[in-house]
Design a protein around this ligand. Structure first.
Ligand SMILES: Cc1cc2nc3c(=O)[nH]c(=O)nc-3n(C[C@H](O)[C@H](O)[C@H](O)COP(=O)(O)OP(=O)(O)OC[C@H]3O[C@@H](n4cnc5c(N)ncnc54)[C@H](O)[C@@H]3O)c2cc1C
Length: 492
């Protein structure tokens, strides 16, 4: 649907769309902007505005649009999928319980996987076991991952959004919220057309960094407030032309030596890293590598660069990180070519078009999910999704040390609806990485399958609230539960 059609359908093509100035602060009377063409055009009016088209935002938008809600999904990039496409992150982490017996993240996530499998864009998680080349030979907490092709994932998301009637707008950067008191009622976007206003009854923040909630005044913390630390960032890359049989033959005999000592992982190819280090050809903050076989046999996803102390909310800091990420990719490609059997002729297919950010702001809601609830396997009364993703706080121990790995005590845990509700702001829901959780809990549920389930729940909650004319906080959980079950979400 083109923009004019969308506005016509919505009955909202207004005179203001001709370009009237909306916001006092952006008028040419502002000395900061004097002489500049910065009027804000009143371009869009919808019921739900979803900011951020990552796994959480896409599922939020589809869920709401399927309930008949006029939904606008905006993203600063040129495709949907966020880290899973632009960031080249993969595979989808586990969607099974901790025993590896039951698929517990279903709903829209399963629909995406099934569509990908049908077009050769993913291997179904039922056949993917941990301790194999599909999980970087990691043998705990990684059962039933889903290898996928990021280009085909973009296409699947496009199709699902079109079918649901979601209006998607690319190259649209969220600039600031439009507020009426403590209620958010839209956003100013910077698009190739200039500054544009999108009015909405409700907004979902799926930016990963919680940018909408932060700018709307919700309380936020950066990383772990106890030490000010965030998990390290990683620039992903993919390589092909790998002789996978030779690589597997190199790794498998060493599996019994895989270990973790004082938080440092000595896993895949640690013996080759030691050789490179001895030769002065390795300065990365790690002792082994994470490489994951992808859908095509000769293609591998490389999750190995590690950049500590990155602040994704600071442009200069992030710029420096992007450059360092690219430097590390070159070092890694040299390592693979020179030291790793099967990778002598490997080709760099591409690096993520954005740095992979594991952690930045956490938005605080009325309830902040504590990691202890995940460890103990709490199923809250207002559960919106089940997960068993491990609590793996990368880089928590600093330096070359890897993560703080906390095993969960039960087969799964539940996430409460309350984590989607930012404190102090009305008509706003959170979805994905920025939900209200402490740093370690967020470390477990930030991965893509739970992020998609969080998005689906936020979309359903927004749709129900809009239809009832109430705030998401006032929603009756029984109604949300019924909608989620109807959307094939697993809650028991
Ligand atoms: C290094 C790394 C490794 C990971 N490994 C895995 C893995 O192996 N498996 C797994 O399942 N998960 C993994 N994850 C986690 C997962 O990729 C993310 O946590 C997940 O994608 C979060 O989803 P999201 O929708 O909340 O955010 P994102 O995927 O970050 O999407 C947010 C979207 O919002 C858009 N956006 C942001 N700000 C604005 C703005 N101001 N205006 C408009 N648009 C905006 C962005 O362009 C982006 O498309 C990894 C993450 C990282 C960083």
């Amino acid at each position: 649907m083109d923009r004019r059609k969308f506005l016509e359908t919505a009955g909202l093509l207004t005179a203001a769309s001709a370009g009237a100035s909306l916001l006092g602060g952006c008028s040419s009377g502002d000395p900061l902007l004097a002489g500049a063409r910065v009027d804000v055009k009143e371009s869009y009016r919808c019921q739900l505005l979803v900011v951020g088209g990552g796994p959480a935002g896409v599922c939020a938008a589809i869920a709401a649009a399927r309930q008949g809600i006029r939904t606008l999904l905006v993203d600063s990039g040129n495709c949907l999928g966020g880290m899973g496409t632009k960031g080249l992150v993969g595979p989808f982490m586990t969607c099974y319980d901790a025993k590896g017996e039951r698929m517990i993240i279903r709903g829209l996530f399963e629909e995406v996987v099934d569509r990908l499998v049908a077009i050769g864009g993913a291997l179904h998680p039922s056949g993917i076991r941990q301790g194999t080349e599909f999980t970087a030979w990691i043998s705990e907490g990684h059962d039933h991952c889903t290898p996928f092709d990021p280009e085909l994932l973009k296409v699947v998301y496009d199709h699902l959004c079109k079918e649901a009637g979601v209006k998607v707008l690319y190259h649209a950067n969220f600039v600031r919220p439009i507020m009426k008191g403590k209620r958010i009622c839209g956003a100013v976007l910077l698009t190739p057309s200039g500054l544009e206003a999108a009015r909405a009854d409700m907004v979902i923040d799926a930016t990963g960094d919680g940018t909408v909630a932060y700018r709307a005044g919700a309380p936020c913390v950066f990383g772990d407030p106890e030490n000010g630390r965030v998990q390290p960032a990683s620039l992903f890359f993919r390589m092909n032309n790998v002789d996978t049989d030779a690589l597997v033959a190199e790794v498998v005999p060493h599996l019994p030596e895989f270990r973790r000592v004082n938080g440092v992982s000595y896993r895949c190819l640690h013996w080759r890293v030691a050789e490179a280090e001895a030769a002065g050809e390795w300065d990365l903050a790690r002792k082994s590598v994470n490489i994951w076989r992808s859908v095509e046999k000769d293609q591998w996803v490389v999750n190995c660069t590690r950049i500590h102390g990155v602040d994704a909310t600071d442009a200069e800091n992030l710029t420096a990180a992007e450059e360092e990420g690219r430097r590390q990719v070159q070092e890694l490609m040299h390592f693979f070519h020179k030291y790793v059997p099967g990778c002598e002729k490997a080709t760099l297919m591409g690096t993520g078009s954005t740095m992979g950010i594991r952690e930045s702001r956490h938005v605080h809601g009325d309830f902040i999910l504590p990691v202890q609830d995940l460890i103990e396997g709490v199923i809250p009364d207002d559960v919106i999704l089940l997960s068993a993703n491990s609590i793996d706080v990368h880089g928590a121990m600093g330096g070359p040390a890897g993560g703080l790995y906390m095993p969960i005590q039960k087969d799964l845990y539940g996430i409460p609806y309350r984590v989607l509700l930012p404190a102090g702001v009305d008509s706003l829901l959170l979805a994905g990485r920025c939900i209200s959780a402490d740093s370690a809990a967020a470390g477990a549920i930030r991965v893509m399958p739970p992020a998609m389930a969080l998005g689906q729940a936020a979309g359903e909650a927004a749709a129900l609230s809009i239809k009832a004319g109430i705030q998401p906080r006032e929603l009756d959980y029984a109604d949300l539960r019924a909608a989620l079950l109807a959307g094939k979400v697993c809650l028991v």
